[in-house]
Design a protein around this ligand. Structure first.
Ligand code: PLP
Length: 426
């Protein structure tokens, strides 16, 4: 296989004809494949079925502190759930609030509260600022960007590097513009690239100067226990790093059991300093008297502690690792020698993201769709749905079976090749 950039025009035209006929053949197959859904496959959900049988009627009568889980109370969660999440997030239990099933919901509420009331260290509610801006490492998670867009928060792209966001740019922007109030981060096995922030990146987040006195780091640690290899990544503890610098009030950490137990019935958590949480709880106490404590108890009885969670995640790995390998193998075989795209082979998480040659992503996704494979929309990984170079495509390997993935990836690689040849000939 010769890299496409080194081919002559005649060679490219010949290659295009071969690819077009292979593509026509795919179109005739009537495929219905989907690599857009970042959700667990049904057999992953089966792993947690025991959780539905684990609780007896006696268990719910007395939580760790004697409270009846059936009744009102415990706004921030039952003590044993806070202890479990404290272990997972490496903070202390009094720095944890357990919410409902969705961490996205907790992040949304955090931004709504900031707009309406500000944080404990805000000079005024964010709605009373002339402009509110946030930093968005790109490519990133579309639903983070959707929250910012909904509230009219101006988004500034910060390119990702193999070590996390470009920290030179983050430091510069945060230090010079007081209307920049926060940054969205998925620090471990990032969505979509699967990159884990380096120790240096975390340390710089802790020590950087910010013009806004109430600057916040939204540390969405959605994939903190979602390892897929024997050499998992390790993420430095941001809260500890910030405590050393006296900047701990800038940290808000989020996570959930959505991809550990059930996305529809897991438990989500938020961690921050007691100073921050006391302020938040005043407002939360108007919103609810407490979340579902029976579900919290169910999770704690089933997993028991961090070791129980880790053992459970190993079972997820057994299902997911072959799927990720199937995707990576096809990319290595079909795309790598042609030097027409780049990707990171992740050690965990839920996605693989591919950068095509400039201006090819939309075309690739369109070609896939016309031949029966749905991909996440090109541009979705950027604020406002606009990928300035039109090159990033998110691949979600978790839901399809390995044989569906094999077919989908065969088609996907063909479309990447076809779009690249078209580009080079244009
Ligand atoms: N954060 C990230 C980075 C995600 O990728 C997802 C889901 O894909 C979520 C949050 C959603 O989490 P939850 O189900 O807890 O709302």
């Amino acid at each position: 296989m010769i890299p496409y950039q080194k081919m002559t025009k005649e060679e490219l035209l010949k290659e295009q004809a071969v690819l077009q006929s292979a593509y026509k053949e795919f179109q005739g197959r009537g495929l219905k494949l989907d690599m857009s859904r970042g959700k667990p496959a049904p057999n992953q959900l089966d792993l947690s079925m025991g959780m539905l049988d684990v609780l007896t009627s006696q268990d719910v009568l007395a939580c760790e502190d004697g409270l009846d889980a059936r009744n009102y109370g415990l706004l921030d969660g039952i003590p044993e759930a806070k202890e479990l999440y404290a272990e997972i997030l490496e903070v202390s239990p009094d720095e944890v609030i357990i919410g409902g099933n969705s961490s996205l919901n907790m992040m949304y509420d955090t931004i709504v509260r900031a707009m309406q009331f500000g944080f404990v260290d805000s000079p005024r509610p964010w709605k009373d600022e002339k402009t509110v801006k946030c930093l968005c490492p790109v490519p990133g998670y579309d639903r983070h960007f959707a929250i910012s867009e909904l509230f009219g928060i101006e988004m500034i792209n910060v390119p990702m590097t193999p070590a996390g966001p470009d920290m030179d740019l983050v430091e510069k922007l945060a230090a010079e513009d007081e209307s920049i109030k926060f940054i969205w981060c998925v620090p471990m096995y990032s969505n979509p690239q699967g990159i884990t922030y380096s120790d240096e990146t975390v340390a710089r987040f802790a020590s950087m100067k910010t013009a806004a006195p109430d600057f916040k780091i939204i540390w969405d640690n959605a994939y903190c226990v979602h390892h897929l290899t024997d050499t998992p990544d390790r993420l430095m503890n941001l809260m500890d790093a910030c405590k050393k610098q006296g900047t701990e009030d800038r940290v808000f950490i989020f996570a959930s059991m959505s991809k550990i137990s059930f996305p529809g019935a897991g438990i989500a958590a938020m961690a921050a300093t007691k100073h921050n949480l006391d302020f938040v709880k005043q407002q939360m106490s108007i919103q609810t008297i407490g979340f579902d404590k029976i579900k919290q108890l169910r999770h704690v009885k089933y997993f028991k502690n961090i070791d129980g969670v880790k053992a459970h995640m190993q079972k997820h790995r057994e299902i997911l690792e072959p799927k990720f390998n199937a995707v990576l193998k096809k990319l290595d075989e079909e795309i790598k020698p042609l030097e027409i795209a780049e990707w990171h082979a992740p050690n965990g998480g839920y996605f693989i993201s591919l950068d095509t040659m400039d201006g090819c992503a939309k075309r690739v996704v369109g070609l896939c769709k016309e031949a029966g494979a749905v991909m996440t929309g090109a541009g979705a990984t950027y604020p406002y749905g606009k990928d300035p170079q039109d090159r990033n495509i998110r691949i979600a390997p978790t839901y399809p079976s390995v044989s569906e993935l094999d077919q989908a990836m065969e088609l996907f690689c063909l479309c990447v090749r076809l779009a690249s040849v078209e580009k080079l000939l244009s």
